[in-house]
Design a protein around this ligand. Structure first.
Ligand SMILES: [Zn+2]
Ligand SMILES: [Zn+2]
Length: 223
């Protein structure tokens, strides 16, 4: 389809809603932005429209709807989101949930799973939404005539939440030092002298160490 050749344009977003079968359209009538509006914003922020953006927007919209959060921008202090993969889908989830790493409202668990948990700090409720393993096949079955990416974009916009996602109410104990706005003492690593925030220090044999000096480093000195 020509509209997919320039996925940054609004035409691409409009195209995934174009369906000859009106039964396939999902009415989003609540106070949140519409799916199309979020997809426009997601495509801009992520750099392209892709199946991951569509799935991520849908995933986050479902999570917020379950929590009763209509306006995640106005209620930005209410939500902490845990994401379980560092792929396209995560950019869309963070955008819709309005949760950013730099605001400490986005938490990354490197599990390689297309899932996110939305924690409502106001009510203590949390819901985990995971993409169903069968959602890819459902997309293929819906638009067998389209190439994979185009078919997934359209299908993920139109398939029901029940077909796309598993939803589970969960309990997340967000530690005080993990909350946005936590104020605590900053300590100094006894080995490297660098400052450590948010209680991330390790005390070993009576010495206060940073994670790196405690042996959890992801890097080592070159040469
Ligand atoms: Zn992408
Ligand atoms: Zn250190």
């Amino acid at each position: 389809m020509r509209t997919y050749e320039n996925p940054r344009g609004r035409g691409a977003v409009a195209a995934i809603f174009a369906s000859s079968d009106s039964r396939l359209r999902i009415p989003y009538t609540y106070a949140m932005k519409s799916l199309a509006e979020y997809l426009d914003l997601a495509a801009q922020a992520h750099g392209h429209l892709c199946a991951g953006q569509v799935l991520g927007v849908r995933l986050a919209m479902l999570g917020l709807r379950e929590l009763g959060i209509d306006d995640p921008v106005a209620e930005r202090k209410r939500l902490v989101t845990y994401v379980e993969i560092d792929r396209c889908v995560t950019d869309a989830v963070a955008l819709v949930a309005n949760c950013r790493l730099g605001k400490r409202a986005l938490k990354f668990r490197d599990w390689g799973k297309v899932a996110a948990t939305f924690v409502d700090l106001k009510t203590g409720r949390a819901v985990r939404i995971a993409a169903r393993e069968s959602s890819k096949q459902a997309a293929r079955d819906m638009f067998p005539e389209l190439e994979k990416e185009a078919g997934q974009q359209k299908a993920y916009a139109q398939l029901s939440d029940e077909i796309l996602f598993d939803k589970k109410w969960v309990k997340v104990e967000v530690q005080p030092e993990d909350l946005p706005g936590f104020k605590g003492p900053r300590v100094i690593c006894a080995v490297c002298g660098e400052g450590i925030n948010f209680k991330r220090e390790v005390v070993r044999d009576g010495r206060t160490l940073c994670c790196s000096c405690a042996g959890e480093s992801y890097y080592k000195p070159a040469n």
